[in-house]
Design a protein around this ligand. Sequence first.
Ligand code: ZN
Length: 89
Amino acid sequence: MTPSTLVDTVIPLAVLLLTLRYVVACAWFPFKPHKRCGGTGGYRGMGGIRLCRGCNGTGRVLRLGRRIHNAFTRVRHDIRTDRRRELGR
Ligand SMILES: [Zn+2]
């Protein structure tokens, strides 16, 4: 294996596989544990245990890929709704 075949085939294939893995993760497990509270949804503050504001106490946040997917889905839905309205349906 020469260095050029490594650059031409192995690296793009690895990038493609990692991207596919992330897409599947976003589809099957859209949430990930919130980093700031460690997935517990709360933390010890003054006066006892408080809810984490970053995740609203759920301990979970949407993955970046899923947030992007949801934004595209929302835009597509809005375009379809506007088109239906223009056609008078
Ligand atoms: Zn949190």
